[in-house]
Write a protein that binds this ligand. Structure first.
Ligand code: IFM
Length: 482
């Protein structure tokens, strides 16, 4: 049931009104593991995240995604919310363990049927489906064989892409192969705060290469399946700066962090090579430089679009320190010679991330400066913030900090790419809010609410927040195309 939240909601405030170019697409995004629940339904197999979440202490408050938003059983209600919101596009992900419970072999018909219906419902509602093939839910048998440390996982992913491409290729508007391989590599394999919980630090780099190879193999498989929609990848980009620009050590480690968070994922896709680091850092990416050129040729298959997720900038200081956040305690970070530094000049989100919209422009500027001439049209595939929202007695969720965040960030991105803007030349085509609804925020469980729609995790009642009404108003304010 959806609570009535339209009364007395306020969507105007001191935030800017983004000026939308003609044809600019507005959407909302989710991911299968974070919203679906139904983890034992329809023949779905277990995933690496199911196993990780079952480990005591891995997820805040011992939360699991077994029910999540119960989207698996509530597709009509959720598509109705999207239709009323008026978005042009909806980004969701296809759970690999629903389609191939063993991580290989023939498709599970019930799994495919779920997405088949979802896509048809979206199209009937006039919403363009953007499907992500990998948003972190690796089938458990593949995780047991080494996960992304094993090259074979990339090959299995190419086969999975072919299966989904054959089934849905006539109706998906845009395909995202892999979502945020940086987060999987760093949090999952480097620091151990996400599945599969490995603390390998720089020995995690093969996981990056194999996800990128998986991306390239998926591009080839989708093209071989003659899918109608465009194909891209989604990388999360965080502009990195040294805590003290006059400190050579801070500058050096900022460059290293920029490489392992941003460049080792964007350079090979867009330029066909891994970045080189200067001086004493030069050997740190040896595991990547050992990759054969034939792999890089696959990884750099030309794309129809590039997906960019933006949340916050990063500040790096020399010196070690473990990181603690609702996402877990990254104890392994203490073994590194650098640490994440604070941004005392900015307000923070529920996660403690700095709210710094002007750095969104920096992210786009860096994309232009680094990849001009190689950068296809760009979609912001995620942008959003967590805040501790509550439903008031009146039934309204006044999440004005989120409205402020979204309005300022969208405005900043559009200002940056407009003629004369600092990122002029980036062909920015659209923006997706993260997320349509509050959901399972990985190691932070249900403690971080990112949604335009509030979800009561006891009753599963959905309540559109002020941010939902703000985006709905923005969409409706656009001039109608004849
Ligand atoms: O919830 C995640 C999403 O799965 C990937 N990008 C970042 C979001 C917020 O942490």
């Amino acid at each position: 049931m959806t609570a009535d939240s339209t009364l007395s909601v306020q969507t105007e405030g001191p935030w800017p009104v983004p000026v939308l170019p003609e044809g600019f697409s507005l959407g909302a995004a989710t991911a299968a593991y974070q919203i679906e629940g139904g983890t034992r339904d329809g023949g779905r197999g277990p995933s690496g995240w199911d196993a990780f979440a079952a480990l005591p202490g891995s997820i805040l408050n011992g939360d699991t995604a077994d029910v999540a938003c119960d989207h698996y059983h509530r597709v009509p209600e959720d598509v109705a919310l999207l239709k009323d919101l008026g978005v042009d596009a909806y980004r969701f992900s296809v759970a690999w363990p629903r389609i191939q419970p063993e991580g290989s072999g023939p498709a599970n018909a019930a799994g495919l049927a779920f997405y088949d219906r979802l896509v048809d419902d979206l199209l009937a509602a006039g919403i363009a489906p953007m499907a992500t093939l990998y948003h972190w839910d690796t089938p458990l048998p593949l995780e047991h064989s080494g996960g992304w440390l094993n090259r074979a996982t990339a090959e299995r992913f190419g086969e999975f892409a072919a299966v989904v491409g054959d089934a849905l290729g006539d109706r998906i508007d845009k395909w995202v192969t892999v979502n945020e391989p940086a987060t999987v590599t760093l949090n999952g394999y480097g620091l151990g705060i996400h599945a599969p919980g490995k603390e390998l630090l720089f020995d995690a780099l093969p996981a990056a290469h194999h996800q990128l190879l998986a991306h390239g193999l998926a591009v080839q498989a989708l093209r071989a399946a003659s899918v109608a929609g465009g194909i891209g990848i989604t990388n999360v980009h965080s502009p990195v700066s040294p805590a003290d620009p006059s400190s050579p050590a801070d500058v050096l480690y900022a460059e290293l962090f920029d490489a392992v968070h941003n460049r080792i994922f964007a350079d090979p896709v867009l330029l066909g090579r891994y970045p080189q680091l200067p001086g004493e850092l030069a050997g740190m990416l040896d595991a990547l430089h050992a990759a054969p050129q034939t792999d890089l040729d696959v990884i750099s298959e030309p794309l129809d679009f590039y997906g960019l997720n933006y949340y916050a900038p990063t500040r790096i200081a020399a010196g070690s320190g473990a990181e603690s956040s609702p996402d877990g305690i990254a104890a392994a970070m203490a073994a590194l010679p650098f640490r994440l530094a604070d941004w005392p000049e900015y307000p923070t989100t529920g996660f403690g991330w700095p709210v710094a919209p002007e750095h969104f422009g920096t992210a786009l500027e860096q994309m232009r400066d680094r990849y001009a001439g190689h950068l296809p049209p760009v979609y912001i595939t995620e942008n959003g913030a967590s805040f501790p929202d509550e439903v008031a007695d009146s039934g309204v969720v006044q999440d004005h900090r989120r409205v402020d965040f979204l309005a300022r960030h969208l405005h900043s991105a559009l200002e940056a790419v407009k003629p004369g803007g600092r990122a002029e030349g980036v062909d920015l085509r659209g923006w997706f809010a993260w997320s349509l609804m509050d959901n399972f925020e990985w190691a932070a469980g249900y403690s971080q609410r990112f949604g335009l729609v509030h979800v009561d995790f006891d009753t599963l009642v959905r309540t559109p927040k002020a941010s939902y009404h703000w985006l709905r108003g923005l969409i409706r304010s656009r001039p109608r195309t004849p």
